[in-house]
Design a protein around this ligand. Structure first.
Ligand code: 2NL
Length: 356
């Protein structure tokens, strides 16, 4: 077939193609390996020079014309297909969006954030330290002697150190305060929230739990500062003004004098709530930092005094949000987390209420 006739025939085929599949078949039949236009191009090789000079422009012209006709038709078919879809398909904006899987904030994390927020508002900075501690920071600096029963009382997890220095999983966050006193000069106002470890496991004890300790070191600090701070903190945390404190004399090796702090509770709608004073429950340990601890950190106890306190984050969470089984805290049961967990938007702020 002459290039001219072939073009007429292919133009007709292209015009007749009603979808992209049919158009592709026309392209393969013309320009594919065994295509009609390809065959003409191949025939150039066997022509004598004069014939080739005459035929080559026509054949190449044919190929270009067919190529651009195919491209133009392809665009037209694609546009037609899109217009058809736009005319027939509708996005239903009234359909509810598919809900994304959402996690929740663990109650202990929420409570630790609430405590941090309250103390930040009172001017306390947050201090952190290692969970694997040396014996000195965890015990010795805190006036807990080698033979002191507190070392056994704490049911410590010992960890292999380098042989010379026994290491422990910190049994409280006090070593963080020791490290802060060693590294900074007074005045110091810090809280140390974090995980602590004791070899203890029953209905009311887990081997890992959360503690938050506070420390203030300055000149002329006394128990009055301690009591005001704890009262202000507990009122903010339990979101009630009728929180009553009772300080009972106690003993800790690192404080002198030492006091255990109870809050009053009462029964409301058959449930025990913090506030009032029908009964008492212990929520904190506290005291004036022992002069020996201050001296151990390189400070002069005649110039610097301080108060310190410690409390359990898990226990405070149970009290505030009415969760009664401590072990459920660390089971990782999604049903429990969905029930007690907090929305990630429930960021505690004092203006919105810390437990909002
Ligand atoms: C409790 C008792 C307490 C402290 C922690 C402390 C830290 C330093 C110096 C002195 Cl660096 N004291 N911390 C003081 C008294 C009590 O915690 O029952 N915690 C759950």
């Amino acid at each position: 077939m002459s290039p001219h006739d072939l073009q007429t025939s292919l133009d007709a085929d292209i015009a007749a193609a009603t979808d992209l599949g049919a158009l592709e078949s026309v392209r393969v039949a013309a320009l594919g390996k065994a295509g009609s236009v390809t065959a003409l191009l191949k025939s150039l090789g066997s022509m004598d020079a004069d014939t080739r000079a005459a035929e080559a422009p026509k054949i190449h012209g044919l190929r270009e014309a067919v190529t651009s006709a195919l491209a133009a038709k392809k665009v037209a078919l694609e546009e037609a297909e899109l217009s058809k879809r736009l005319a027939t398909e509708r996005v239903d904006l009234s359909l509810p969006a598919q809900e994304a899987l959402r996690g929740s904030i663990h109650p202990v994390s929420q409570v630790m954030d609430e405590l941090t927020e309250i103390f930040a508002d009172l001017g306390f900075a947050v201090a952190e330290g290692p969970e694997i501690e040396d014996d000195w920071h965890n015990f010795t600096a805190l006036n807990i002697a080698e033979t002191h029963p507190a070392r056994a009382m704490h049911d410590t997890f010992y960890v292999d150190g380098d042989g010379a220095h026994p290491m422990v999983l910190r049994t409280h966050t006090s070593p963080v305060q020791i490290r802060t006193m060693m590294a900074q000069s007074p005045p110091i106002r810090i809280i140390a929230p974090g995980r602590v470890y004791r070899s203890d496991s029953d209905a009311t004890h887990t081997p890992m739990f959360h503690q938050i300790e506070g420390l203030v070191i300055d000149r002329k600090i006394n128990m009055g500062h301690l009591k005001w701070t704890l009262e202000t903190f507990l009122k903010a945390f339990f979101e009630r003004d009728d929180v009553v404190l009772r300080l009972r004399p106690s003993y800790f090796p690192f404080t002198e004098p030492s006091a255990e702090v109870d809050v009053g509770w009462s029964i409301e709608k058959g449930r025990r709530v913090v506030g009032g004073s029908e009964g008492w429950m212990e929520v904190l340990g506290s005291g004036m930092v022992h002069p020996r601890v201050i001296a151990n950190c390189g400070l002069d106890p005649d110039e610097w005094q301080g108060f310190a306190f410690g409390t359990g984050g898990d226990r405070l969470a149970m009290l505030k949000y009415g969760m009664d089984d401590l072990r459920a805290f660390f089971d990782g049961d999604l049903r429990w987390l969905r029930h007690y967990g907090f929305n990630f938007l429930d960021v505690p702020t004092l203006s919105g209420g810390v437990g909002a």
